[in-house]
Design a protein around this ligand. Structure first.
Ligand SMILES: C[S@@+](CC[C@H](N)C(=O)[O-])C[C@H]1O[C@@H](n2cnc3c(N)ncnc32)[C@H](O)[C@@H]1O
Length: 511
């Protein structure tokens, strides 16, 4: 079991065998560094391995942990590389990387494995191994700049290094989460990080680190602006790439070549995608039918309430597995965000009593969005939630399966907040749109946009980029779709923002 210190410092020491494999890959790829820098060197596996692969290179290593610094020094003595090595204790966040890099002449290799921990974990455990806020706010384009959202410490460190290296030729070879590598590339490509070339080589993190994450070796050459794309290899030493990810407009796509072939399918969506209900109180709000048709909540209590506020519910696993008949119900306390809930006490007194008997659980909802709201407030609720017909998919599953969902016993079906959907008044239009979205060409286009290792491969933002008109045409449903559309349809609101995207071959210069 990992100790708190190991967790806070994202401590996963690289096995020497893996560091050697990576060093010999770098040698095969033509790297001949004068200087090798390991920014968080730990016990020194990369310094030793790179020292063996590049016997003339100078070795520089830093780590915050003095015991690791001592171990790295003695490992270098044993490997016979101590004379050309300089290893010391240093906090990455306090280090003047610009000054250090300016003092290094000749070809440079930055190699290693940065801490595997997120800011939320560090702050959640009361730790201080975090970048200073004011520095962090100085980073453009990084989504977590307010400090509110979660980010990987290694992402911050990689961006810090790329900024310090900007305009200077160097090779970066860093082990990290695949998602972190992508975020770094997106940041660098969008902010003139001068990446001449890049690739990702997947590694088996379970085998090497006992960690169940998608991880890779990020390889990048800095110094010049190159193409905004990176080859992805399924294994460290794979000969051929499996795909090429790249920047399309402001976003990364997983297969830039397919994307470019199909990008005419992207554009303004004539519908507004919606996310399902958010209530953060499933144990009370979600009910199942037990024996004798009695409703039971997740706390194991039999629930005897009126049907007025009860609606059938589908969850993401139902949609992904083709289970179209709901076996759950959800209590829908509002018709729109901010709606009055006290009216339930008059309309359905038993429901009101049931909700109030669990008031503590509602008040303990973690998300700050519920504070200063009416009791039992929901999000992701509006007129559209009550549309009779819907085309819905799971946001969490890799394969996009669009389900046509109609009313059950005359009631509209609800979804939870892991699902996305389009609302329709009419079955015919919903059916055509579901067919368009499930068509082979749409599935191919979606596969080119999404990263299957993301926690949530599909989002409203991504779905909103689907140009249904162009897709209907490409899939051979154009006439059906046009014929099915209802003039002035109730739920077909115009998109909230323009979604047109254009592929840029080069990032705009924002020095
Ligand atoms: C994932 S381990 C990798 C160690 C080494 N690079 C390797 O590949 O074996 C991350 C290392 O980062 C170090 N570290 C964590 N926070 C740091 C900080 N703020 N400054 C410098 N080193 C830090 C830890 O002590 C740990 O040795």
């Amino acid at each position: 079991m990992k100790t708190d210190a190991k967790i806070e410092f994202g401590d996963f020491q690289t096995p020497l065998a893996l560091a050697r494999e990576i060093s010999s890959l770098l040698f095969q790829q033509g790297a001949r560094p004068h200087t090798i820098l390991e920014p968080t060197c730990g016990t020194g596996a990369f310094l030793v391995a790179a020292g063996e692969a590049f016997p003339k290179a100078r070795l520089l290593g830093w780590d915050i942990n003095p015991d690791y610094v001592a171990q790295a020094k003695s490992a270098l003595v044993q490997s016979g590389a101590a004379k050309r090595a300089s290893v010391g204790q240093q906090d990455f966040f306090a280090h003047d990387w610009e000054a250090e890099l300016a003092g290094i002449r000749g070809s440079l290799l930055v190699v290693g494995n940065l801490p595997w921990v997120t800011n939320a974990t560090v702050s959640g455990m009361g730790g201080s191994n975090l970048p200073a806020k004011e520095n962090f706010q100085g980073f453009r384009g990084i989504e977590a700049r307010t400090g509110k959202s979660n980010f990987d410490i290694s992402e911050w460190m990689l961006i810090r290094l790329v900024r310090a290296l900007r305009g200077r030729e160097a090779t970066i070879a860093i082990l990290c989460k695949t998602a972190t590598a992508r975020k770094l590339l997106r940041f660098a490509w969008r902010n003139d990080g001068r990446i001449a070339s890049a690739s990702l080589r997947r590694i088996d993190a379970q085998k090497h680190f006992g960690a169940s994450v998608d991880a890779c070796l990020l390889l990048a050459r800095t110094g010049e602006v190159g193409p905004v794309e990176a080859a992805v290899f399924d294994e460290l030493t794979a000969k051929g790439r499996s795909t090429t990810l790249g920047l399309a407009g402001q976003n990364l796509v997983s297969d830039i070549r397919t994307y470019r072939r199909l990008k005419h399918l992207e554009g303004l969506c004539p519908y507004q995608w919606r996310s399902g209900l958010k209530h953060d109180c499933a144990s009370v709000m979600e009910l199942r039918q037990a024996k004798g048709k009695v409703l039971r909540n997740k706390l194991g209590e039999d629930v005897h309430i009126e049907s007025d506020y009860l609606f059938p519910l589908l969850k993401c696993s139902d949609l992904a597995n083709g289970r179209g008949v709901p076996v759950r119900f959800v209590i829908v306390t509002q018709r729109r965000v901010g709606g009055d809930t006290s009216i339930i006490s008059k309309n359905a007194p038993r429901t009101w009593r049931y909700l109030n008997s669990h008031r503590k659980l509602f008040d303990a909802r973690k998300s700050s969005i519920y504070s200063s709201r009416v009791p039992f407030a929901l999000f992701g609720i509006g007129d559209y939630s009550f549309a009779p017909w819907k085309v819905a998919l799971s946001g969490l599953h890799r394969k996009p399966r669009f389900a046509l969902v109609g009313p059950v016993d005359g009631q509209p079906v609800m979804f939870d907040d892991t699902c996305y959907f389009l609302p329709f008044e009419d079955e015919r239009e919903a059916r055509v749109v579901a067919e368009v979205l499930n068509s082979q060409i749409c599935q191919e286009f979606l596969a080119s946009l999404t990263f299957t290792d993301s926690k949530r491969p599909f989002t409203v933002e991504l779905l909103q980029r689907l140009n249904i008109r162009a897709l209907a045409e490409a899939a051979g449903y154009s006439d059906d779709w046009i014929a099915s559309r209802i003039q002035g349809a109730r739920y077909a609101e115009p998109p909230v923002s323009l979604q047109a995207e254009f592929v840029m071959e080069r990032p705009t210069s924002k020095a």
